[in-house]
Design a protein around this ligand. Structure first.
Ligand code: A2H
Length: 256
């Protein structure tokens, strides 16, 4: 295992409308969400793919905190992540990681969000059971064109909405093509999942293999086909998109 820290880009995904369950919960707890900017902070290694976001995943098994970061801005993430952030000058008070309120991932599902750079204007929060509590922020933005995990999870949500207690029309089924790759075309996660006949989000070993192939091919042989850096290689465009997101206030750089 490497001892070097892992750097993530934390994408600030704004909640534009909480679902009714969350609203009731906030009311009962006297937490006023009016006039507050509340952001789900999703940890990603692929900032250049953010054009292709189709939803934001949270885990129904995780209790998240809502943490104040400035007069009007709040982050939703695991306490563990916010604790790390508070020692990286990403929060108002070093060493303070007290949340305003806790909220279970299940209560966030269905809320409407706005994700930076996303081609789709409005997305939904959806459940992902395979999110690990002890990695990143516990929030994962969904890019089904380039992430095999995201593709398989999206397909399962679309096929079994009752099982997941969601509305079918919350799911954007079709990936948005963002990166063209030489070997796997321009929706490389979809290609690999179908080619390797991966059936379930729980097919951990196969998904790990697909992830490795998609990541390598995307990084070394991928070209962006949308956005400001259209036509540039992923390797070249990735740090530029990341920096643009940080400069516009839409992302933070977070290490663990
Ligand atoms: B990546 P690593 Cl397009 N649990 O972002 C499970 N998965 C998590 C997570 C958690 N707590 N936190 C982050 N992740 C996901 C984009 C993406 C990602 C693409 C392609 C591949 C890819 C869109 N989702 O990751 O274990 C996040 O998904 C492939 C590895 O630290 C994050 O980047 O290497 C990645 O896993 C971090 O994984």
């Amino acid at each position: 295992e490497a001892v070097l820290p892992q750097e993530y880009t934390g994408i600030k995904i704004k909640v534009t409308e909480f679902n009714s369950k969350a609203v009731e919960y906030f009311k009962a707890e006297n937490f006023d969400v009016e006039n507050k900017n509340i952001f789900l902070v999703a940890a990603t290694l692929r900032p250049e793919t953010m054009y292709g976001q189709t939803c934001c995943f949270v885990s129904p098994k995780i209790n998240y905190g809502i943490f104040k970061v400035s007069d009007n801005d709040y982050y939703v993430c695991t306490e563990r992540a916010f604790k790390n952030m508070c020692y990286q000058d990403l929060t108002p008070v070093r060493g303070n990681f007290d949340s305003e309120i806790k909220i279970n991932g299940e209560l966030l599902v269905g809320s409407k969000i706005h994700a930076p750079l996303a081609v789709h204007e409005t997305l939904r929060v959806l459940p992902m059971e395979t999110i690990l509590e002890n990695k990143g922020t516990g929030v994962v933005t969904c890019v089904p064109s380039d992430s095999p995990d995201d593709y398989v999870t999206t397909r399962d949500l679309f096929n079994k909405p009752e099982y997941y207690k969601i509305e079918k029309d919350w799911v954007i089924e079709e990936p948005v093509a963002i990166v063209n790759t030489v070997k796997y075309g321009d929706k490389c996660a979809e290609f690999l999942v179908k080619d390797m006949k991966i059936n379930s989000p729980k097919d951990t070993n196969q998904l790990a293999a697909a992830k490795e192939l998609a990541y390598k091919e995307g990084f070394y042989n991928g070209t962006l086909i949308v956005g400001k850096y259209k036509g540039e290689s992923v390797e070249v465009a990735k740090p530029k998109v990341k920096q643009d997101l940080v400069d516009s206030g839409d992302a933070i750089i977070y290490n663990e």
